[in-house]
Design a binder for this molecule. Structure first.
Ligand code: WT7
Length: 656
């Protein structure tokens, strides 16, 4: 079908304002297909979650389901378990050792466009790998409670690195492989990690990302790091520092094949994952063991409708919470088969994802709206002649999906036959909170529909009154098992950020609209956090990176609408007295930010200005900067100290 014809159909489908109901077949086989589950879960949510928790293997049972003294929750008190055991050992013990756990595809392809590296990895294989690596960790002096930083490409060893840490009760903190030296350094130092595990490099869009050299630079300023373990992936030349750096493949040959899984308390920390906030410093979000494992096991099952025959593909990187919850812990706790891909969707051609679905017969595909918008732009010719008939369910995560992209996904990938689950959640929530249940929910394009069973989410106004309809702030009014347990080393920030807006109610920082049928429409962040291609980046983080440059005196950063990425970054920069605003400086500053934080934070536009619009009390009015950067008419300017500043800025922007 041509793109223009697709566009017409999109308009028709949207005009009808219709709901999309799962097919009779899907409903019949779905995990949940009776609406009573919402009411049942609601009548006793603690018991509802306890029923899910029972689907995990516990070393000793809990004595009490929940202890809730806002904002502190404890779930499954005194219960003992091991997350790695639940993701690996128990499947092997249950006779599923020969089942494929991971089908991994590396990025490089041969002359015929076929992937050079494909590995089929069984649960037995994973079992051996995590046991060995756990023993390697121990041999390097890692003990329960120590932190291990993981900075890896999307290769199986990244998953082993996480599970092996969980096996011995070490706390992992995964740093996305696209982050820069400074970002890696900041996270390692905040977590005081003793060990860093990385690879020589990773393949991305046909190039080698030199991960090890980034580590070398970072570790110079990370006194807590004692050793660096390096996986050989790209065979690029790297430096190995003696007595500090070791090859993964050497270390694993010298250890035992078995390492007993550590007995962990339900509330022992499983991992720390950093996410951006409204200050320059990312927050180390803490997740614990029993509650987190319960929620990810449950939501993987109910939202993705996973069965023993499914082949699940979540396109996220393990560096993000999506990779933690819906590659490593949720699907593996369910013992399913997954597809893992190392590279980008457009390498060597823009049909790579569809080829992967066809090749490995993926049945559930979970990706981000930004990717879908890119696919739309590339056009449907990339899907022609590809067999996508293995698919039974589609999902999205990371940002609101615009109805056009939803319809495109439904038509072109789902062939108008299969459900789409738009899943709302956060690093902090640990698991999906608002989403359709695919066998039950009539979906509306662009709406994440309603809170999952057991989850109580509402829309509140500023003073905390619940709105039955209309726009306000999203809030979660009841504890849930995988809720964050704090911010590592900063309890005050934990309270201030999430629990101070309304007493005892979790404030996620998102705006939401509830329609007259009770459907939730997520509206994006209400604070100074941007969402670029589904990833949070704080305005302050980018501003700090800019003022770190020797030419910059002051900077203000805003998120602006971007066709593909949802949001892009616009920076308003005041240069130091003696510096002139040359074009080369613009690209230099963009590069500087990418180097300080990572390529995802590279500003799309930089506007030099002699002054910034401020209120009389000196607060930068970002709202007006957004108006300028988006080319809109200026909003209310009456509270400005000097309204001329913004007029001049607008003029300058339009002349550019
Ligand atoms: C923020 C959380 C959840 C894993 C990926 C991002 C936005 C996420 C949706 C959605 C509308 C969404 C929110 C949220 N968000 N999913 N389906 N619809 N907005 O995790 O980096 O912690 O970001 O992403 O604004 O607060 P994260």
């Amino acid at each position: 079908m041509s793109d223009s014809k697709t566009k017409q159909t999109v308009d028709v489908l949207l005009e009808e304002n219709r709901k999309f109901v799962p097919s009779k077949n899907f409903q019949a086989q779905a995990f949940y297909n009776n609406d009573s589950v919402y009411k049942d879960a609601d009548s006793n949510y603690e018991e509802y979650w306890a029923q899910w928790a029972k689907k995990l293997d516990w070393i000793s049972p809990w004595e009490k389901i929940l202890e809730w003294k806002a904002p502190y929750a404890k779930w499954f008190i005194k219960g003992k378990l091991n997350a790695c055991y639940n993701c690996v050992d128990r499947h092997v013990k249950n006779g599923k050792g020969s089942k494929t756990a991971l089908v991994w595809e590396g990025e490089p392809t041969n002359d015929q466009g076929k992937p050079k590296d494909v590995l089929t990895i069984t649960y037995d294989d994973v079992y051996l790998a995590v046991n060995k690596l756990a023993n390697v960790y121990k041999s390097l002096g890692i003990k329960k409670g120590d932190r291990i930083a993981i900075y890896m490409p999307m290769i199986p060893e990244a998953i082993y690195a996480m599970l092996a840490a969980a096996r011995i009760g070490a706390i992992h903190t995964v740093v996305f492989g696209g982050f820069s030296v400074d970002s890696l350094k900041g996270r390692i130092n905040d977590a005081q990690a003793k060990l860093l595990i990385t690879a020589d490099g990773g393949f991305r869009r046909g190039k080698i990302i030199p991960l090890k050299s980034t580590c070398d630079e970072a570790v110079l300023d990370c006194p807590s790091i004692e050793n660096v373990v390096v996986v050989k992936r790209c065979d690029n030349s790297i430096e190995m520092k003696s007595n500090r750096d070791y090859w993964y493949h050497d270390l694993v040959t010298n250890v035992d094949d078995f390492c007993p899984p550590e007995e962990m308390d339900s509330e022992d920390i499983l991992f720390i994952l950093y996410t951006s906030g409204t200050t320059g410093k990312p927050k180390g979000i803490i997740h614990t063991t029993g509650g987190y494992m319960t929620s990810v096991l449950a939501t993987s099952k109910m939202v993705f409708d996973l069965t023993d025959d499914d082949i699940f593909w979540c396109t996220a990187d393990v560096g993000w919470i999506t990779g933690h919850s819906y590659i490593v812990y949720g699907p593996m706790a369910n013992g399913v088969t997954q597809v893992i891909y190392e590279g980008t969707p457009d390498y060597p051609e823009k049909n790579r994802f569809w080829k992967i679905i066809e090749r490995h017969k993926a049945s559930v595909f979970y990706t981000a709206p930004t990717a879908i918008r890119a696919f739309m732009k590339w056009g449907v010719q990339w899907i022609d002649n590809i067999d996508l008939s293995s698919l039974k369910l589609l999902g999205t995560v990371g940002e609101p999906i615009n109805p056009e992209a939803w319809i495109w996904y439904h038509k072109e990938i789902g062939k108008e036959k299969i459900p789409i689950v738009d899943t709302w959640w956060q690093t902090e929530t640990g698991s999906i909170m608002i989403s359709p249940l695919p066998g039950l929910t009539a979906t509306k394009p662009g709406s994440a529909t309603r809170p999952l069973p057991g989850i109580k989410a509402v829309v509140l106004n500023e003073t905390g009154e619940e709105l039955t309809e209309g726009g306000g702030y999203l809030a979660i009014t009841r504890p849930w098992p995988s809720m964050l347990r704090g911010i590592y080393g900063d309890d005050q920030r934990f309270k201030d950020t999430y629990w101070s807006k309304w007493d005892g109610t979790y404030f996620p920082g998102d705006g939401a609209n509830k329609d007259k049928e009770g459907y939730f429409w997520l509206l994006g962040r209400v604070d100074d956090v941007m969402n670029v291609a589904g990833h949070n980046i704080g305005t302050m983080e980018v501003e700090s990176a800019l003022v770190d440059h020797s030419s910059v005196a002051e900077a203000a950063v805003v998120g602006i609408t971007d066709e593909i990425k949802g949001q892009a970054i616009a920076a308003f920069v005041i240069l130091k007295e003696e510096i002139s605003a040359e074009e080369s400086l613009e690209s230099e500053l963009k590069e500087h930010v990418a180097k300080k934080i990572g390529a995802i934070a590279r500003p799309k536009i930089i506007i030099f200005t002699p002054e910034l619009p401020k209120t009389r009390s000196g607060k930068i009015m970002r709202r007006l900067l957004r108006d300028v950067a988006e080319g809109r008419a200026l909003g209310d300017v009456t509270t400005l100290a000097d309204p001329n500043v913004i007029q001049a800025l607008k003029q300058k922007y339009e002349d550019k």
